[in-house]
Design a protein around this ligand. Structure first.
Ligand SMILES: [Fe+2]
Ligand SMILES: [Fe+2]
Length: 346
């Protein structure tokens, strides 16, 4: 099982983080070596053709490939597609000097590239894209050896990026699996719901910290980025070969029963049962915790907001079943708050 205590810099996961840059221009490769020379968390390899790159990928455990589109021999898109088959957990980024629509579409559909970078790039931006992609690869690789302990430690690594949600994934996993049990789901599904609870926000690994921890309401571009986290998360989980049920919980955890959620605006039972369970647990725990943009709600406020949301947001049968789970937690919250208050004034 990966050791999370050996987390270096902002990159999650364990092992030597090998990044392979592929470009037929020697000057570009040299500039890249120079640019990343101060990043100690990764080992940088280079190749000047697709064939050379494939040879390296077959021999070395490459975490991330950053390839130019125009290469002698096989193209960058073909190269990334082949790498996807040889080593599915290797992250893929494509660079190009000629940004046309066909190349962009091929990059997404054929090579399933994670990012598409236009040359000439901004050095700082490229650096942060590569480090983010390494983070993402780390999560994918850890998830690929999915065990209960590994999944929960990945959730904790994600929370490090978003300090306001510390412990949140653990609690969502607990409330969601209790609700799944009450709803009479089979044993295997209850375990998956626990995974879904732990991992529901794993797409946040792709959201910049500045957006994640923004103190106030986000502007439209910021919201657009946030709204993509279920898609990114599902992508990571799919790439890691997690069961479809778990992928769907990540993908649909912000969908709402009345169809007003995101990313797809699904309605009612179009949203999978397990995802409807995770949504209730997620909203409930989010309200109880402080966020960069608001304080934590009191127990009474949580009751009130959950009641208001019930009709439109949640599965009516599930929210009914959730009442007693919520009450137990809220009574304990109120008791703790009263003790805290007494300690402060006493
Ligand atoms: Fe989320
Ligand atoms: Fe959440």
């Amino acid at each position: 099982m990966p050791d999370k205590s050996s987390k270096i810099g902002s990159v999650t996961g364990s092992g030597t983080r090998i990044v392979l840059f592929v470009d037929d221009e020697v000057s570009v490769l040299q500039a890249l070596k120079q640019l990343f020379s101060d990043v100690s968390v990764m080992r940088l390899l280079t190749a000047s053709s697709g064939e050379e790159a494939l040879e390296i990928v077959r021999k070395e455990d490459v975490w991330l490939v950053v390839s130019d589109t125009n290469l002698p021999g096989i193209s960058g898109i073909e190269l990334l597609e082949r790498i996807r088959h040889i080593s599915p957990t290797t992250g893929r980024i494509l660079t190009t000097a000629h940004a046309d629509l066909k190349t962009a579409i091929d990059a997404i559909n054929i090579s399933e590239a994670f990012r598409f970078i236009i040359k000439p790039w901004d050095n700082d931006e490229l650096k942060s894209i590569v480090l983010e992609a390494l983070d993402r690869s780390g999560v994918v690789r850890d998830l690929a050896q999915c065990e209960v302990g590994a999944v929960s430690s990945i959730a904790q690594a994600i929370e490090l990026k978003d300090p306001y949600t510390r412990g949140h994934c653990d609690r969502v996993a607990e409330y969601a699996s209790t609700l799944a049990m009450k709803a009479g789901l089979p044993e295997e599904s209850i375990v998956y719901v626990k995974y879904g609870g732990w991992l529901h926000d794993c797409g946040k690994i792709g959201v910049p910290r500045s957006v994640l921890n923004f103190p106030g309401s986000l502007d439209e571009p910021g919201m657009k980025i946030i709204h993509r986290h279920p898609l990114w998360g599902a992508d990571v989980a799919r790439q890691a070969g997690l069961p479809t049920d778990v992928v769907n919980m990540i993908l649909y955890h912000h969908e709402k029963y009345d169809g007003s959620g995101y990313p797809y605006g699904l309605k009612g039972e179009e949203i999978t049962l397990e995802a409807r369970i995770v949504t209730i647990a997620d909203v409930f725990d989010s309200l109880r915790t402080r966020r960069p943009y608001r304080a934590a709600c009191t127990s009474d406020q949580v009751r009130e907001i959950m009641r208001e949301m019930s009709e439109a947001f949640f599965d009516p049968h599930l929210i009914e079943l959730f009442q007693s789970i919520a009450e137990e937690v809220l009574v304990e919250d109120a008791r703790r708050a009263a003790t805290h208050h007494r300690d402060l004034v006493g």
